[in-house]
Design a protein around this ligand. Structure first.
Ligand code: C5P
Length: 224
């Protein structure tokens, strides 16, 4: 049913939040629902791609027709992405925690009778998108696509991020409070490549996923 222009292409998609442990029962995470990543994975699969879906613990984490690799932490997510290579394209939709707790406790932290709150030391997590973007030719997927969630100065931040991360395309959206983008069904994407910026306008995350899958198919069909 319908053409499958991405037949034979392997595409990695990261999605959802990561979960960084404090102790065996507590963690730091974020409100990513996995909606956009799941929609992208399903759109790519319906275009015929072999989709390797690396997901943190999210409400939406079961795209149809994809190989699913569940992870918890950013370090695990990086390992799963590297293990899923080689790939023709990689799309980084996940909201990865920027920091993890340096030394999570093996035992549940106990309330101090004196009322003193614990102090947590953080270390930076690996930046998976930047790592994959900077892999040597031959290991690097031909097309590396990042996302950016910002709360203002969208285009400036997105243009800087595209350069800093070293990816080919960047899809930026404004997730300011009241926008409903985080967790909601709709978004508004500003699409950037090396030369142009394109406002895709307000639409559903499934429409964004279809548009992105079509664009990826055209990119590969053009042989660039
Ligand atoms: O720097 P920032 O988190 O805003 O960048 C967003 C983009 O980078 C997203 O595509 C996200 O999936 C990716 N990212 C990543 N690993 C990180 C942080 C972000 O892959 N540690």
């Amino acid at each position: 049913k319908g053409p499958r222009p991405l037949e034979g292409r392997t595409i990695i998609v990261t999605s959802g939040p990561t979960r960084e442990p404090i102790d065996p029962v507590r963690y730091i995470s974020n409100a990513s629902s996995g909606r956009q990543g799941t929609a992208i994975a399903e759109a790519l699969a319906s275009h015929g791609a072999i989709v390797k879906f690396v997901t943190g613990p999210a409400e939406f984490a079961k795209p149809r027709g994809c190989e699913i690799f569940p992870v918890e932490t950013a370090v695990e997510m990086e390992g799963a992405v590297i293990a899923a290579l080689p790939a023709d394209a990689a799309i980084f939709t996940a909201a990865v925690a920027d920091w993890r707790i340096a030394a999570p406790s093996d035992a549940k932290l106990k309330k101090d009778v004196s009322g003193t709150a614990p102090e947590l030391d953080f270390v930076a997590n690996p930046d998976i998108l930047a790592t994959v973007s900077h892999l040597p030719a031959g290991e690097r997927p031909a097309l590396v696509i990042g996302f950016a969630a910002e709360t203002g100065n969208l285009e400036t931040h997105a243009r800087n991020k595209l350069a800093r991360k070293g990816c080919d395309w960047l899809l930026a959206n404004d997730v300011s409070p009241g926008s409903g983008v985080f967790g909601g069904p709709d978004t508004r994407i500003l699409f950037l490549d090396g030369t142009a910026t394109d406002d895709w306008g307000p639409q559903s995350k499934t429409a964004v996923a279809e548009k992105l899958a079509d664009r990826i198919a055209k990119h590969f069909a053009a042989g660039s």
